[in-house]
Design a protein around this ligand. Structure first.
Ligand code: GDP
Ligand code: MG
Length: 764
């Protein structure tokens, strides 16, 4: 099968093109560094199927970053039949820098001028024919996003792949041309493939080439000695020559419209959004509005301001409709709290649907005369677990939609930039924030993304704190707990509480990294250079692709891992040690749960909760398999406990299970928050832990495990104590102060030690 490679700068649209070509749904993000590994798919619209490889984005073919190594090795060793060099036409000159290097390889190349839609919109003109003449390879104008010109591009690539192409360099007019020519001839003599490419790289003094071709290196060194006037840093010379050539010969292909010269709208937006002081508060405000729209029950706080909802409910829906089902439906949009936000509406609707479906299933089994155990298994095991998770899915998807909008618009790249500026002095770099922010979606791809971090310590630390960025599977826990607290205590807003917990998780990540930087993971913070992509309107199609992906993921998990876990939990809570069906107070789970319950006492959900307090430990443990299980476990156990505690209302829908647990076990809101914090910070789900393990150097993962266990336990205990007895905040502050002092002292020691040696300490 023919094989085409997509190569280009980060953020040039490779993955968008890849998805358009192969119909796949890889992650597209408006920030650099989203694609770490290469990815393959098949394009089927030509006469023959063509395999397409999406390479990680790179600015150059030097071997400094993992992305560069992957892409370079692929181009040189796997010999694609054609390289589609995707060029962001809105950033022509910078993108062509890579092009000049790709052209040096003996491989057919086609240039795909991407983002032509944006170029046209700006009113700029691009002369593709001119660029084609000057580069000597076909140039196709496309818009990967709008899927324009793609067919044409592939046909040209197909034609190009039929012929051999010899590498060409833009350095022919420079003083280095002779040297490069000589080295190339020498390499050709040895039958080295891609002699021109290697010759240029060797001239640049590229590490890999220096090792691979020691003899030719002598030629280069001799030349350097002979021609000292040319300069000594050949790498810089070559880079300079490339840019000069681009400006002289390629740039004129682009004619900017006079309109575009006015100040760019992106720049103006950035002046506000990345403001030195207001940047972070604005970010928090934007984040909060996301949570308000998703979890708020009082849309835009209209009710808090005007106070009308109470009257609506007092007058009674019954008066409005006189039909119970219809009333329940009306309640989807209104409550005593006010007009529901879009997220709350989705949640209510889904709860409503789950209620109806659950009732129908139960009634169906009943009338079919199913065995009692089968009814229990289906109603209280499978369906309870399933509906517990599914009822949150639309709401969480809505949150994702909003986060994707931020990401695709280009704002999230700014967030990394803002955070870098604020937290660099504490040892965090903006580059590491990119995988962390990705962790809002799922820790698994986020952990994989850490591969691009250059420094091993930074990789380990980042992997440790990625789970602190609450992922989509943990979101239902927050939604349920905060929703329950808000519904029991008037004056508490669920949206504010969820937001506070999310921010708390992020703050914990920052604090943890800062502490690790002071103790076990000392080191310099790598400089962070990232080009800020220009803002653009998020694309409906790419948002939907994203959501669809997430939805599939949820459904798949719900019907496999979560159903399986629910069945196990139901079984353990319905049978005793002699495998006879019994009620929960005689069950296997009761014994196991009561046995380990005490461990959670410092966090507020241990022995103080009495007989059924172990539900929380069990839920946290099932969460290690998948975080959705925490809620699913509640849903399975609540009816069972309700059956043995008379008079306990086993509210089934929405956040009812948690409310029921509050009534049944007497857990305080403080302990519930501590429980949530514990789940946010402890060992993530199995899939995430396994990925982190794979991304962590051998033998280091156990420290990461210990870190998660310790951090979650200590933090949750502190949260419980401080929330329950406010004055303990002083104790906590004192301990923190001692710790900080210890860090400071410890850090000074190597400094003193140096002083006794020959160097005096730089800092003093
Ligand atoms: P990659 O880093 O090269 O894989 O780039 P992505 O495919 O992730 O795309 C980066 C950003 O550019 C995304 O926000 C895309 O929506 C956007 N993008 C990609 N192709 C086009 C295009 O043809 N026109 C416009 N206007 N935007 C595009
Ligand atoms: Mg990509």
């Amino acid at each position: 099968m023919l094989k085409f490679a997509l190569a280009g700068n980060p953020n040039s649209g490779k993955t968008t093109l890849f998805n358009a070509l192969t119909g796949s749904t890889a992650h597209v993000g408006n920030w650099p560094g989203v694609t770490v590994d290469k990815r393959e798919g098949v394009y089927k619209k030509l006469n023959v199927p063509v395999s397409i490889v999406d390479l990680p984005g790179i600015y150059s073919l030097s071997p400094y970053t993992p992305e560069e190594v992957i892409s370079r090795n692929f181009l040189l060793e796997e010999k694609p039949d054609c390289v589609i060099n995707i060029v962001d036409a809105t950033n022509l000159e910078r993108n062509l820098y890579l092009t000049t290097q790709i052209l040096e390889i003996d491989v057919p190349v086609v240039i795909a001028l991407n983002m032509m839609d944006a170029v046209k919109k700006r009113g700029d003109k691009l002369d593709a024919k001119k660029l084609e003449e000057r580069t000597g390879v076909p140039v196709a104008e496309i818009s990967a996003l709008k899927e324009e010109g793609i067919r044409e591009l592939m046909e040209r690539a197909y034609r190009a792949a039929q012929q051999k192409r010899e590498g060409k360099t833009v350095l022919e007019e420079t003083k280095l041309a002779h040297l490069i020519g000589d080295v190339k001839i020498a390499l050709e003599g040895k039958k080295v493939e891609n002699p021109l490419f290697h010759a240029v790289k060797l001239t640049e003094g590229d590490e890999l080439e220096v090792k691979a071709h020691p003899e030719e290196l002598k030629t280069v060194q001799a030349f350097k000695e002979r021609c000292a006037d040319v300069g000594s840093d050949y790498e810089a010379l070559v880079a300079d020559a490339r840019y000069r050539y681009i400006t002289a010969h390629f740039s004129s292909a682009l004619v900017r419209s006079p309109r575009a010269k006015k100040q760019d709208r992106s720049d103006r937006a950035d002046r506000v959004l990345t403001h030195r002081i207001w940047g972070i508060p604005l970010f928090l405000l934007i984040l909060f509005s996301l949570f308000h729209l998703t979890f708020g029950e009082d849309f835009l706080y209209l009710n808090a301001i005007f106070g009308f909802a109470k009257d609506v409910e007092d007058s009674g829906y019954a008066v409005l409709t006189g039909n119970d089902t219809l009333n329940a439906f009306v309640a989807v949009f209104y409550s005593t709290a006010g007009i529901s936000t879009p997220g709350a509406i989705l949640f209510n609707l889904m709860g409503f649907a789950c209620d109806q479906a659950g009732g129908a299933i139960a009634a169906g089994l009943e009338s079919a005369g199913a065995y009692a155990w089968a009814q229990g298994l289906v109603n209280d095991g499978i369906w309870a677990g399933l509906s517990g998770v599914l009822s949150f899915v639309p709401q969480i998807l809505f949150l994702f939609l909003l986060i994707s909008v931020l990401e695709d618009s280009g704002y999230m790249a700014r967030v990394a930039f803002i955070l870098d500026r604020a937290f660099r002095r504490f040892g965090l770099s903006g580059r590491a924030f990119i995988p962390m922010i990705m962790g809002f979606g799922c820790s698994v791809p986020a952990a994989i993304n850490t591969r691009t971090l250059a420094d091993e310590k930074e990789r380990i630390m980042t992997n440790r704190v990625i789970p602190f960025f609450t992922c989509g599977a943990k979101a239902p826990i927050l939604a349920a707990v905060c929703g329950a607290i808000a519904s029991v205590y008037t004056g508490v807003n669920a949206d504010l509480l969820v937001f506070a917990l999310y921010v708390f998780g992020m703050a914990m990540a920052v604090v943890s990294v800062a502490i690790m930087r002071q103790t076990s993971m000392r080191g310099e913070v790598a400089p962070f250079i990232m080009e800020l992509p220009s803002y653009h309107l998020p694309q409906f199609r790419s948002l939907m692709v994203h959501l669809w992906d997430k939805l599939k993921h949820y459904i798949k998990k719900a019907f496999t891992i979560i159903v399986a876990s629910a069945i196990v939990i139901w079984f353990l809570s319905s049978f005793d040690w002699s495998w006879k069906m019994t009620d929960i107070s005689q069950s296997i789970l009761y014994d196991i749960g009561s046995f380990v319950q005490w461990i959670c006492t410092p966090m507020g959900f241990g022995l103080q909760l009495g007989e059924y307090g172990w539900v929380f430990v069990v839920a946290a443990v099932t969460g290690l398999i998948a975080k959705e299980n925490v809620i699913a476990t509640f849903y399975v156990l609540v009816p069972a406990i309700g059956a043995v505690l008379p008079g306990w209302d086993d509210g089934e829908n929405g956040i009812g299970a948690v409310v029921a647990l509050m009534q049944g076990t007497g857990i305080t809101w403080q302990a519930l928050i501590a429980f949530t914090v514990f789940n946010m910070l402890t060992i993530p789900c199995f899939a995430a832990a396994a990925t982190v393990r794979a991304e962590t150097p051998k033998g280091k993962f156990r420290y990461t495990l210990a870190f998660w266990m310790l951090t979650s336990f200590v933090t949750a205990s502190a949260v419980y104590l401080v929330l329950s007895w406010w004055w303990t905040v002083f104790v906590a502050a004192a301990i923190l102060a001692i710790f900080v002092a210890w860090c400071v002292l410890r850090n000074r020691r190597p400094c003193r030690a140096q002083k006794t040696g020959k160097n005096s300490c730089a800092r003093e």
